[in-house]
Design a protein around this ligand. Structure first.
Ligand code: IPE
Ligand code: IPE
Ligand code: MG
Length: 242
C-alpha cells in the first residue's frame, strides 16, 4: 500500500489482546496463544518501525492488573518475555530500533529485569524508531509515580511550578502523545493504558485476535486513521462557517 504520501501517526499504541481466546478457539492452552502473540509482535513491530513511517510504537504486553492471573500464566509470560528479549535483541539492533520499557520494576524478578536492561543497553544508540514495551505498566501507577517525584522536586526547589510540559517529563518516558491507539480482539476499553498520553488519541478496535493482526491488517488500520478528522477541541474555519 502507498502509505508514504498519507498522514502517518507519529506515535502508535497497541493493546495486544486476544491471545488466550485465539488459543482456546484452537483447543489449545492459553500459553500457546501468548507464544503466537509474541512472535507476531516481534515481526509486526519491526515492520511498523522500519516500513511505515511510524516513529514510536508503544505496546501493552503486561498490565499491573495482570498479576491477578494464575501463577502459572504469569510465570509463563515472564519466561516468554525473558526468552524473546534475549533472542530478539540482535534483530532490533540491526534494524536500528531502540527498545525502552515503561512500567514499575517491582515486583518483576531479577532474571526478567536483567534481560530488559540488556536489550535497552544494546539498542540505546539506535535512531530508526522507538519500541516502548509497557510491561508491568499501569496508567494509574505511572501518574502516581510521577506525582511522588514531582512532590519531591517541588519541596526541594528543583522545579518551581507545574504545567503539562513539566508533568510529561516525570512520566516513565517523555514521549510525544499517542496519535493512534489500536486494541485488538473486539474489546472496547483502555484497561489502564497510557491514560495521560492517549488524551487525544484516535481509537481503533479491530475484532481480530492479536496473533492474527498482521501487516496487512495494520495497513488497513492506518488507512482508517488517515480518514479521521482530528480537531483537538478546535474547528477548522477554512472548511466550516462560524
Ligand atoms: C493479551 O491476551 C496478553 C496479555 C494480557 C498478557 P490475553 O491473555 O488478555 O487474551 P484474552 O483476552 O484472554 O483472549
Ligand atoms: C489489557 O488486556 C492488558 C494487556 C493487553 C497487557 P487484559 O486482557 O488484561 O484487559 P481486560 O482485563 O480484558 O480489561
Ligand atoms: Mg485480554
Amino acid at each position: 500500500m502507498e502509505i508514504q504520501k498519507m498522514k502517518i501517526p507519529r506515535h502508535v499504541g497497541i493493546i495486544v489482546d486476544g491471545n488466550g481466546r485465539w488459543a482456546e478457539k484452537r483447543g489449545k492452552k492459553r500459553s500457546y496463544g501468548h507464544k503466537a502473540g509474541s512472535e507476531n509482535l516481534e515481526k509486526l513491530s519491526r515492520y511498523i518501525l522500519t516500513k511505515t513511517g511510524v516513529e514510536i510504537l508503544s505496546v501493552y504486553v503486561f498490565s499491573t492488573e495482570n498479576f491477578k492471573r494464575s501463577v502459572e500464566e504469569v510465570d509463563y509470560l515472564m519466561g516468554l518475555f525473558t526468552k524473546k528479549f534475549k533472542n530478539d535483541s540482535k534483530k532490533y539492533k540491526q534494524e536500528n530500533i531502540r527498545i525502552i520499557f515503561s512500567g514499575r520494576r517491582e515486583p518483576l524478578k531479577e532474571e526478567v529485569l536483567k534481560t530488559m536492561d540488556e536489550i535497552v543497553e544494546m539498542t540505546k544508540d539506535n535512531t530508526g524508531g522507538i519500541l516502548n514495551f509497557c510491561l508491568n505498566y499501569g496508567g494509574h501507577s505511572e501518574i502516581i509515580d510521577a506525582t511522588l517525584k514531582i512532590h519531591h522536586d517541588l519541596e526541594n526547589g528543583v522545579i518551581q511550578e507545574l504545567d503539562e510540559t513539566v508533568f510529561s517529563k516525570y512520566l516513565y518516558h517523555d514521549l510525544p502523545p499517542i496519535d493512534f491507539l489500536i486494541r485488538t480482539s473486539g474489546e472496547y476499553r483502555i484497561s489502564n493504558f497510557m491514560l495521560w498520553q492517549a488524551s487525544y488519541a484516535e481509537f481503533y478496535f479491530p475484532e481480530t485476535y492479536f496473533p492474527d493482526f498482521n501487516e496487512e491488517k495494520f495497513d488497513q488500520a492506518i488507512l482508517e486513521y488517515t480518514k479521521r478528522d482530528r480537531r483537538f477541541g478546535g474547528i477548522d474555519y477554512e472548511k466550516k462557517d462560524h
